[in-house]
Ligand binder design. Structure first.
Ligand code: HEM
Length: 127
């Protein structure tokens, strides 16, 4: 079973508490049975469902005991192709573009009253 290659589509189909897979360090794990026993609670794992949980997993500094549990839940290797980080970067780029657009819009909202104020004082000064 360990030789199974899990695709990105397959990974993304396992995102509910009843059927949850996570990707950690290039391997996919079925944490469905473990989630209720997880000392860190179910919410934290659920928020990583169907995703690359490597960063979240490593940031916590899981013990060797925690790491030793992983092989018992192994589904298989994650397929080599899709780069989840690249996809995350794309959405970050989209978010940045959106933020930029919002920023430009708020610049307009800031500029219009300012221009009106300047015009008013200019009018007061010259009339
Ligand atoms: C994927 C399989 C996972 C396994 C087998 C696992 C296992 C464990 C174990 C055994 C502990 C107890 C402390 C230790 O021995 O390090 C623990 C704690 C913890 N885990 Fe996980 N974990 C997993 C995934 C995650 C993920 C994805 C997160 C996301 C942030 C997470 C967050 C935490 C937190 C915050 C604690 C600390 C709880 C506390 O000390 O109060 N874990 N985990």
């Amino acid at each position: 079973m360990a030789s199974k290659v899990v695709t990105l589509d397959e990974l993304r189909q396992h995102t509910t508490k009843e059927n949850i897979w996570v990707l950690v360090n290039g391997k996919v794990y079925d944490v469905t049975k473990f989630i209720d026993e997880h000392p860190g609670g179910d919410e934290v794992i659920l928020s990583e469902a169907g995703k690359d949980a490597t960063e979240a997993f490593e940031d916590v500094g899981h013990s060797d005991e925690a790491r030793a549990l992983l092989p018992t839940m192994l589904v298989g290797e994650f397929e080599k192709g899709p780069n989840l980080k690249a996809k995350a970067y794309q959405s970050t780029a989209a978010a940045a573009a959106m933020e930029n657009a919002v920023q430009q819009t708020s610049n307009v909202f800031y500029f219009v009253p300012l221009a009106a104020l300047v015009a008013y004082f200019a009018w007061r000064f010259y009339s």
